[in-house]
Design a protein around this ligand. Structure first.
Ligand code: PMP
Length: 394
């Protein structure tokens, strides 16, 4: 298919202007279509959803429910249950708290995980659950031999990120799904960094749960998705909107995503999230992946060529997304990031990236500087970053 007009796509993001924004792994910008969709809800048909029969509630409900279908469609998840949540953190917490655990159950996870895909599992240790953490190979890809060795029939669930928010490492989730099938384990995928940047197909992946955040995929903050192959979780939140019937001494939960969306949801946000999913799908995730892969390789090449700069990324472009962590000899990450903004107008992230165990593993006790790309970034922004890093060192 034809290559998208990246410049005209960039122009659809009112925030961008002349900013050099390379912190997309933390949060991304929203295009006009997403902003307009949210604004229309607030200005012309604001009402509660799934309650009553009047005109406005019917329009709002239809739009909000349709947004679920749009989000599901981006991940080929129409056959599962697509629940709108606050963010990835909430989704992972709902999974960890919504399953019944027995002492002796094992969870296998990896050293790559964001704290949001570690702490909800850690908290289960007080119920007698054990965590096994799979490490990295020296090339910063996941050690799949160690992964295979960590698997046995005591493993109840495997929790992995599909793409690291620090090293950009892509995890071979479909292969891990094979391990899970062999040992009867559930597979929970943290897709916060993959859904915005590469094609994700829940059926091809073999995931039981997949979580991601709206704000990292051109959607609004305070939105996210928990997709489930089957609605096997106990709902964490109870109350209005999630029940079919309430009797004098009990209740029957509703079917579908409603069961997991108690209370009045973030309606404008959900509608914006649906619009963001449609926007990405329209561009094409293969196109986005190819574009960011090209920009990411340029970024790694330019930074690696500067003496005194260490880059932490897998060498194979097919095993990484456009998230590039680096350190500069003798300059603490926060200082370097402040310099980049002050002198170059460049916004990058610095610090621990909510992945402290990984930072220790990488030998970066003060963290790293991280430049993370979206399709709307440009080669010239990357060149400005590299030039400003050179200037800082000299
Ligand atoms: N997992 C990964 C891999 C992430 O990058 C992030 C966000 N940095 C999260 C989980 C948590 O996302 P949120 O803050 O939106 O809950």
């Amino acid at each position: 298919s034809a290559v998208p007009d990246w410049e005209s796509l960039r122009n659809q993001f009112p925030m961008i202007g002349d900013l050099i924004y390379l912190d997309n792994a933390a949060t991304s910008f929203s295009p006009e279509s997403v902003l307009v969709a949210m604004d229309q809800f607030e200005r012309s048909y604001r009402a509660n959803v799934g309650r009553g029969v009047h005109r406005l509630t019917r329009i709002a409900s239809q739009k909000y429910w349709h947004a679920h279908e749009k989000a599901a469609s981006l991940i080929n998840g129409a056959e599962g249950t697509t629940v709108f949540v606050k963010n990835t953190t909430e989704a992972v917490t709902m999974i960890a708290r919504g399953l019944e655990w027995q002492p002796g159950d094992v969870i296998v996870t990896t050293i790559l995980e964001h704290h949001s895909n570690l702490l909800p599992w850690r908290a289960l240790e007080k119920s007698g659950v054990t965590l096994r953490i799979v490490g990295l190979r020296p090339d910063l890809t996941l050690d799949m031999d160690a992964f295979a060795a960590a698997m046995d029939d005591s493993v109840r669930l495997v929790a992995v990120t599909q793409a690291s928010n620090v090293t950009g490492t892509i995890v071979p989730v479909a292969e891990i799904a094979g391990f899970c099938r062999r040992h009867g384990a559930l597979l929970s995928v943290d897709a916060a960094q993959s859904v915005p940047h590469m094609p994700v197909n829940v059926r091809a992946l073999g995931a039981d749960f997949l979580s991601f955040s709206g704000h990292k995929m051109c959607g609004p903050t305070g939105t996210g998705v928990l997709w489930m192959k089957k609605p096997i979780l106990e709902p964490l939140f109870l109350g209005g909107g999630m029940v079919e019937h309430v009797t004098d001494d009990g209740f029957t939960p509703a079917e579908g995503f409603h069961r997991y969306e108690a209370g009045t949801p973030n309606i404008a946000g959900g509608i914006g999230l649906g619009e963001a999913a449609a926007f990405l799908k329209e561009i094409g995730m293969e196109q986005i992946e190819a574009r960011e892969r090209e920009l990411g390789s340029r970024l790694i090449e330019k930074l690696s060529a500067i003496s005194g700069v260490q880059v932490y990324a897998p060498a194979d472009p097919n095993q990484r997304i456009g998230v590039v962590s680096f350190t500069i000899d003798g300059i603490p990450p926060h200082e370097a990031a402040a310099y980049l903004d002050d002198e170059g107008g460049i916004m990058v992230r610095s610090g621990m990236h909510c992945a402290e165990p990984l930072m220790r593993q990488l030998g970066c006790p003060d963290g790293t500087i991280r430049a993370s790309l979206a399709f709307y970034n440009t080669a010239s922004e990357i060149d400005t970053l590299a030039a400003t890093v050179r200037e800082m060192i000299s």
